[in-house]
Design a protein around this ligand. Structure first.
Ligand SMILES: [Zn+2]
Ligand SMILES: [Zn+2]
Length: 402
């Protein structure tokens, strides 16, 4: 089927809504709400989708600011994911206002496709990406069940269709020692800070012999009360990341051994707690990524499939991608040297370049919806790709939370 005309229609639809989408984006940007507090932002998005004929469920999965808005019926079922949380103090320095507006824009434009060819389009509101991994809870609670594809965009300094994210889990550590006068009676004390410092030394040694893509990093959040008191308590926050789930499990044991060894050496007692949320690695679906890339390129952008220059972090889309074929492409709104989570990036997220990014992303997402709905073989290709990646054993988790 020739999709030229349908693609031209969704592009026109998004251009016609330029002002509305931009207003939505700027309103969210001007009212930054941190993870799980996105009441206004979710409200505006839901209102816009309702006004445009979507049926909406708010507060899904037990999360007040999560939602699902759907239009059409039957298969294929395609979801566009919206994030809209801001960073404490930094506002929309990750540009999630643009993610939200582009998902909504692509969703509303996709109605043309559903009306013509059938299928279901949903915009799923996924709160709390920055701090709590909202999608991890939503995966466990069934928000993404039955979908054929899930797509979103993320603003960045480059255009790339497929990204990589590492599996990761955080770790809270405490050491309990014994206070004493640091000069008069040092022999009576058990130094909890020394236990923490030895742990860092052990982790630094371990780091020489781990896979180069893995990461271990942390901070000390309590290092004692005063220089003349042997610290009776120390605490730290760490994150362990790896390319696949099996290696993350292996690394978690090794990291824990570093703390256990330090406890033994210092005589301090160790307490620890792994983070409740575990992020899975991102399986970028290459069939989806290639379609998206071609569509974004047709709008005049140069787009990499992968860009090796990108540093690898982690995101809760990883967990979605283990269940549903997914992509998390990056759309350039800033020069490559400007990093997300900087004040400069927050400014750009409300600029003309931000608007251009949101519109191009919305168009490329909607055009990819056209591709998928118009050609059932593409959906099979997406599924085959997904199965191949899963079988490669890069991730064997069935329950993603540990
Ligand atoms: Zn971010
Ligand atoms: Zn982000």
């Amino acid at each position: 089927m020739d999709t030229t005309e349908l693609k031209a229609s969704v592009i026109r639809e998004i251009d016609n809504r330029r002002q509305q989408l931009n207003e939505l984006s700027l309103k969210i940007h001007a009212n930054p709400e941190a993870a799980f507090q996105e009441v206004k932002s979710a409200g505006w998005l839901v209102d816009y989708l309702k006004e445009n004929g979507f049926s909406v469920e708010k507060g899904i999965c037990g999360l007040d600011t999560a939602f699902r808005a759907s239009y059409g019926k039957g298969k294929p079922a395609i979801a566009l994911l919206a994030e809209y949380d801001a960073l404490p103090k930094f506002g929309h320095a990750c540009g999630h206002n643009l993610i939200a507006a582009s998902a909504v824009g692509a969703g509303v434009a996709s109605k043309i496709v559903m009306d013509r060819l059938g299928g279901t389009i949903s915009v799923i509101g996924t709160p709390g990406e920055e701090m709590y991994g909202g999608k991890v809870f939503m995966v466990d609670r069934g928000a993404f069940d039955g979908l054929d594809a899930a797509m979103m965009m993320h603003p960045a300094g480059i255009n790339t269709a497929a990204t990589r994210f590492l599996a990761c889990q955080s770790l809270e550590v405490e050491f309990f020692g014994k206070a004493a006068h640091a000069a008069a009676r040092p022999e009576a004390g058990v130094n909890a800070l020394e236990a923490m410092l030895q742990s860092f030394a052990a982790i630094n040694s371990l780091r020489q012999h781990i896979k180069s893509s893995a990461r271990i990093h942390g901070i000390i959040t309590d290092g004692g009360e005063a220089a003349n008191i042997v610290p009776a308590h120390s605490a730290g926050h760490f994150i362990v990341r790896a390319e696949d789930d099996n290696y993350l499990d292996e690394l978690k044991k090794k990291v824990l051994n570093c703390f256990m060894g330090a406890a033994k050496a210092s005589g301090a007692k160790l307490g620890y707690k792994w983070g409740e949320v575990r992020y899975a690695p991102l399986l970028s679906n290459l069939t989806l990524a290639r379609l998206f890339r071609r569509n974004l390129q047709s709008l005049g952008r140069r787009v990499h499939l992968y860009d090796p220059r990108i540093g690898i972090g982690s995101s809760d889309i990883g967990n979605v991608s283990q269940l549903v074929p997914s992509i998390h492409p990056l759309i350039a709104i800033a020069p490559a040297r400007v990093a997300n989570h900087s004040p400069q990036f927050a400014e750009i997220a409300a600029s003309e370049a931000g608007t251009k990014g949101l519109l191009d992303a919305a168009k490329a997402l909607a055009m990819t919806v056209v591709d998928l709905v118009a050609d059932p073989e593409l959906i099979s290709g997406v599924r085959e790709d997904f199965n191949r990646e899963k079988n490669r054993g890069r991730s064997k988790v069935t329950s993603l939370r540990k």
